[in-house]
Design a protein around this ligand. Structure first.
Ligand code: SF4
Length: 121
C-alpha cells in the first residue's frame, strides 16, 4: 500500500509578512489530526543549506510531499538542488502550495483540498 503524503510547512523564517495571518501550529495540528497524512512538520527555511539537507534525508521516489510555502514555481526553482542530488523529479513527488496571504482557515482548506487530491492519484 502506498504511504500517505507528508506535509511540510515552510515558514520562511517566521518573519515573512505573507504568513502573518497564518497560525502555523493551528495549521499543523489540523493537518496531523484531521487529514490522512503520515505526519506534518514545520521547517523554518527549506531553500537554504539545512533545508536542502533535510529534504535530502527525506526524498525517496515513493515519498509524496505536500509543501506549504511560497509560489510553486519559486519552490521548484529554490529547492531543485536536493531533488537533483537524489535524482527525483519535483513534479512527480511534490504538491506545492502557495499559502501566503491567507488566513489560517484558508490555508487549512487549501491543504485539505490538496490532500484529498493526492488520494485520487
Ligand atoms: S522555500 Fe519559499 S517559503 Fe520557504 S523559505 Fe524559501 S522562499 Fe520562503
Amino acid at each position: 500500500m502506498a504511504s500517505k503524503p507528508r506535509f511540510i510547512m515552510c515558514t520562511c523564517t517566521g518573519e515573512c509578512p505573507g504568513f502573518k495571518n497564518v497560525n502555523f501550529w493551528k495549521l499543523l495540528n489540523f493537518v496531523r489530526n484531521e487529514l490522512d497524512v503520515e505526519y506534518a512538520v514545520i521547517h523554518p527555511q527549506l531553500c537554504v543549506d539545512d533545508g536542502e539537507r533535510f529534504l535530502e534525508d527525506l526524498l525517496r521516489p515513493e515519498v509524496k510531499l505536500v509543501i506549504g510555502a511560497c509560489d510553486p514555481r519559486m519552490q521548484k526553482k529554490m529547492l531543485r538542488d536536493a531533488f537533483e542530488k537524489k535524482g527525483i523529479a519535483f513534479e512527480d513527488t511534490v504538491v506545492a502550495l502557495d499559502l501566503r496571504n491567507m488566513t489560517t482557515e484558508e490555508a487549512m482548506a487549501k491543504v485539505k483540498e490538496a490532500m484529498d487530491g493526492t488520494r485520487n492519484e
